[in-house]
Design a protein around this ligand. Structure first.
Ligand SMILES: *[C@@H]1O[C@H](CO)[C@@H](O)[C@H](O)[C@H]1NC(C)=O
Ligand SMILES: *[C@@H]1O[C@H](CO)[C@@H](O)[C@H](O)[C@H]1NC(C)=O
Ligand SMILES: *[C@@H]1O[C@H](CO)[C@@H](O)[C@H](O)[C@H]1NC(C)=O
Length: 483
């Protein structure tokens, strides 16, 4: 389990064995937080959102752990509304960069001494949830041997196939979630805005995934409906070993410092919560293991799987784990997320963690604004621990914790009336969050433009994101001790 967690975070705690033992269970927990104060995913922009009354029938006013869990599951149902691709008619779409979380997966950890949830990871087009292109997707994936894939990626299966899911395996639900994402993006960006013409070339795409089968398979599912029956020879999938996509710039001591501080905060909130302790003791009794061991097995990850797949929670001879256990743990996650927003340690961690990825994004957008025609569609296939700090760093504090198959999209637009001027829009699960970002909030108040000037994003990433560290560069901020 230790190796698994280390690969999740992309770095290790060398020489800190003691901390590792204390922190590991907390960190695992940390991976599945869900925030309060959600953005309404109704596709309305922030301005019109303020004017409407909350819909009391669909949006519960207080924290509702069951409602939040359902949002997290993201079970494919009706077509969703989205605000991607909205712009005045004289604006031209020139690039789209997408960051996704993998789709629904089997738990990463089992609850000790209980039967694992019985979930089938084979793909069956006539089993729900399904997608009209699921069958064609399976066929196309079996022909994929000519794709160029970095090292270890080529040995991973291109779609899930075990009749009892393996730990962490993408499920059919997860595949369908990304087939839907790809289809939606195709309708908007290709059909409507003609982003990639039929003769698109390998160089126009930039594809990168972490080395897990669930992220690779999620990327391929999205790509399949985005570019139906794509030519495998044009696919070049890069491998990213770091879950925060820090590539060659991962050395950042202060990032680790802030993460450890954040984990300490999380630990002390947890031990203060008597309800939670009581529930853990009770569950441990049912399962027949020490409370400490139960807590360390990160039961919420498994329980969410039972919940999302409508499988009843496990029982033993002593009793059953029930909805009340689930609700208390889930509610604690939501409270933890609220405190996380208030205390800012995670924000400081997030700024340092995401700079390398944001820097790359900005570099690409700048090159395209200068007229380069390469890498105009970018897909990064990643994890909750990738998306969550990006949202935090950008200042999108109202956003919910990344659900399964969450998508964050950066659109680059050229003003047709002033072709030298470029603007960005940022969308999270289809909602326009451009003006929730720290660098475009004020611009929105002063301007009637429906987008954010590219330069605002550039100066944020290149310089302004380090100001809270009393610093002007990544290298310096990574090494500067707080006063
Ligand atoms: C969930 O399972 C219960 C019984 O196990 C069933 O009555 C219910 O219809 C199922 N719900 C969904 C959404 O499948
Ligand atoms: C950010 O991008 C610039 C290229 O514009 C590059 O020289 C620099 O090394 C990058 N910094 C980090 C920390 O990735
Ligand atoms: C930046 O400097 C101010 C005062 O000079 C200090 O209060 C603050 O803690 C510093 N910030 C960091 C992150 O070190």
């Amino acid at each position: 389990m230790a190796t698994c967690a280390a690969s999740q975070t992309g770095w290790s705690y060398k020489g800190k064995q003691k901390w590792r033992m204390v922190l590991l269970p907390i960190f695992l927990y940390f991976v599945h937080l869900i925030p309060v104060n959600p953005i309404k995913e109704d596709g309305l922009n922030p301005k019109s959102r303020k004017r409407i009354m909350p819909d009391l029938l669909t949006e519960p006013p207080a924290i509702d752990p069951v409602y939040e869990a359902r949002v997290y599951c993201n079970i494919p149902t009706i077509a969703e509304r989205s605000m991607e691709g909205y712009a005045p008619h004289y604006f031209k779409l020139v690039s789209v960069q997408v960051l996704i979380r993998h789709g629904d997966r089997y738990p990463l950890y089992a609850i000790p001494k209980t039967k694992r949830p019985d979930i089938d990871c084979t793909l069956l087009p006539n089993r729900k949830p399904s997608h009209p292109q699921l069958e064609a997707f399976i066929k196309h994936m079996s022909k994929g041997s000519t794709a160029q894939m970095d090292g270890t990626l080529s040995s991973l299966p291109r779609y899930p196939s075990h009749s009892l899911c393996e730990m962490g395996e993408l499920t059919q639900t997860g595949v369908v979630q990304h087939l839907r994402n790809g289809q939606l993006l195709r309708e908007i960006y290709i059909n409507k805005h003609k982003l990639l013409l039929n003769d698109w070339t390998a160089k126009q795409l930039y594809l990168e995934t972490t080395g897990k089968s669930r992220t690779l398979q999620s990327a391929l599912a999205l790509l399949y409906t985005f570019l139906p029956d794509f030519d495998w020879k044009k696919i070049n999938m890069r491998h990213q070993w770091s879950t925060i996509f820090c590539s060659g710039s991962c050395d950042c001591p202060m990032r680790n410092h802030y993460l450890e501080e954040e984990q300490r905060r999380q630990y002390s909130l947890r031990v203060k919560n008597n309800d939670l302790e009581r529930i853990y003791v009770d569950m441990a009794k049912i399962v027949g293991i020490p409370t400490r061991q139960l807590r360390a097995s990160n039961p919420i990850d498994s329980l969410l799987c039972y919940f999302c797949h409508n499988v009843s929670f496990p029982c033993t001879k002593t009793g059953c784990i029930g909805m009340e256990h689930f609700k208390v743990i889930k509610r604690h996650q939501l409270e933890d997320e609220r405190e996380r927003q208030e205390k800012k340690l995670y924000f400081l961690y997030a700024l340092l963690a995401t700079h390398p990825l944001l820097n790359q994004t900005v570099n690409r957008l700048q090159r395209i604004a200068e007229g380069k025609k390469e890498e105009i569609f970018v897909l990064h296939s990643a994890h909750d621990v990738t998306l969550s700090p990006v949202l935090s760093a950008l200042g999108i504090t109202e956003a919910r914790f990344p659900r399964f198959a969450a998508r964050l999209v950066f659109e680059l637009w050229q003003d047709g009336k002033r072709p030298k001027e470029h603007f960005i829009r940022i969308l999270y699960n289809g909602a326009d969050v451009t003006f929730q970002t720290s660098f475009c909030k004020d611009y929105y108040k002063r301007s009637s433009k429906p987008m954010c000037p590219l330069e605002k994003f550039v100066s944020f990433v290149k310089r302004d994101m380090f100001l809270v560290f009393n610093s002007t560069s990544y290298y310096d901020a990574c090494r500067r001790r707080p006063l």
